[in-house]
Ligand binder design. Structure first.
Ligand SMILES: *Cc1c(COP(=O)(O)O)cnc(C)c1O
Length: 382
């Protein structure tokens, strides 16, 4: 197979050629007019994608850096924070807050389930002294392939008055995420998921409530200080040297997204996710997530009995050039994950399911290897 690979993991994702080429340019002065124009164009484009009219900062870091920026710019040591985690990435958000001295209260949810809006409402209603400063949530939990209903949860948090800090790293562009309408105060995304850009940038949007909170926040920060980002952005710059190629690539990605249309992009992800789920089920496999909250960005699949996840992934990569993700932490040997976000189309899904069928058969699973393709084709054509 050589270099040819179908990269079906939930980030980093495949990068279209036009975006790759956009990064292959000579360096420019990051404090000159050309970079200023690119930064300003990207900032405005990202606001449209986040569906916000508020402030947007482009930081040079992976997604986790964006989560750290959200925490340290909004909170002070000792603040009580409610972490509604539905998996590994939700836990990471809580760990960052804890590291910087927040008191973190965890509302744990069973792996594979979405957060329960009524439980959140009830917990916030108990907080009559309004001690909870912020609620931390993940829109799309990449470790389990579950999407939270933030359209419902956002207004519940706003009614209490706590800040709602949202990890949208694997959800932005793969599914609808209306920062302003759903009343999120801080929303974070990253370049290497559905944006189709290599790793290196994260995007942090903050509304007026968050901007006001930032003035009071006392957690220590230097690199991720958004007040510095704010003052530099006024001059069309970033405080530190940015990942210049990725900013050019972001410009190109935003053009591609605008050409496709946001709604069409969400619909494509939904269509491909559904076909993936139908195909996987037709191969006799079980999904981790309830279909009601199943993600349009990534599908988590329980391993078939008698097959080790590591063996399946190894066979798929080495023989067929299809790269699948494994599970994380307690799900490590229990599930594998198919990423279908970003630069994906029908061809990727059909090929993945067909080759997965062959791989399963080879590992001794009694299944019609073509059943997944048939179900996916029916789903796409139906
Ligand atoms: C990928 C991901 C992250 C972490 O991003 P890094 O870029 O690896 O730092 C955080 N949250 C979610 C939901 C993710 O999918």
């Amino acid at each position: 197979m050589g270099e040819k690979q179908l990269l079906m993991i939930p980030g980093p994702t495949a990068v279209p050629q036009s975006i790759l080429l956009a990064g292959a340019r000579p360096m420019i002065n990051h404090r000159g007019p050309e970079f200023k124009a690119a930064l300003e164009e990207c900032t405005e484009g990202l606001k449209r994608v986040f569906q916000t009219s508020h402030d947007m900062y482009i930081l040079t870091a992976s997604g986790t850096g964006g989560l750290e920026a959200a925490v340290v710019n909004m909170l002070s040591p000792g603040d009580l924070v409610l972490s509604v985690s539905i998996g590994v990435f939700g836990d990471r958000f809580a760990d960052i807050a804890e590291t910087y001295g927040a008191r973190v209260e965890k509302m744990d949810v069973e792996m594979g389930q979405a957060a329960d809006a009524e439980r959140i409402r009830a917990r916030l209603a108990e907080d009559d002294r309004r001690e909870i400063r912020a609620v931390l949530m993940t829109q799309n939990e990449t470790s389990t392939g579950v999407t939270n209903d933030l359209a419902t949860i956002g207004p519940i948090v706003r009614e209490h008055g706590a800040l709602l800090l949202v990890d949208g790293i694997s959800s932005l562009v793969a599914m609808d995420c209306q920062m302003d309408a759903w009343q999120m105060d801080v929303l974070v995304a990253g370049s290497q998921k559905a944006f189709m850009i290599p790793p290196g940038l994260c995007f942090v949007a903050i509304n007026d409530r968050a901007a006001a909170a930032m003035e009071q926040a006392k957690m220590p920060t230097f690199y991720f200080d958004l007040r510095k980002a704010q003052s530099y952005l006024k001059q069309g710059q970033t405080p530190w040297t940015p990942a210049v190629p990725q900013v050019f690539q972001l410009q190109a990605a935003l053009k591609l997204l605008e050409k496709e249309g946001l709604k069409e992009c969400f619909a494509r992800h939904a269509r491909l996710a559904k076909a993936t789920r139908e195909g996987v089920k037709a191969l006799g496999l079980k999904l981790l997530a309830d279909e009601a909250c199943a993600s349009n960005a990534v599908t988590a699949v329980r391993r078939p009995e008698g097959v080790a996840v590591a063996d399946l992934r190894k066979l798929m990569t080495e023989k067929y050039g299809v790269v699948l993700a494994g599970g994380q932490r307690s799900l490590k040997d229990e599930i594998f994950r198919i990423g279908h976000l970003g630069y994906v189309g029908e061809a990727d899904i059909i090929a993945t399911l067909g080759l997965l069928g062959l791989g399963l058969k080879e590992l001794g699973v009694g299944v019609d290897p073509a059943a997944g393709v048939q179900a996916a084709v029916n789903s796409l054509g139906g």
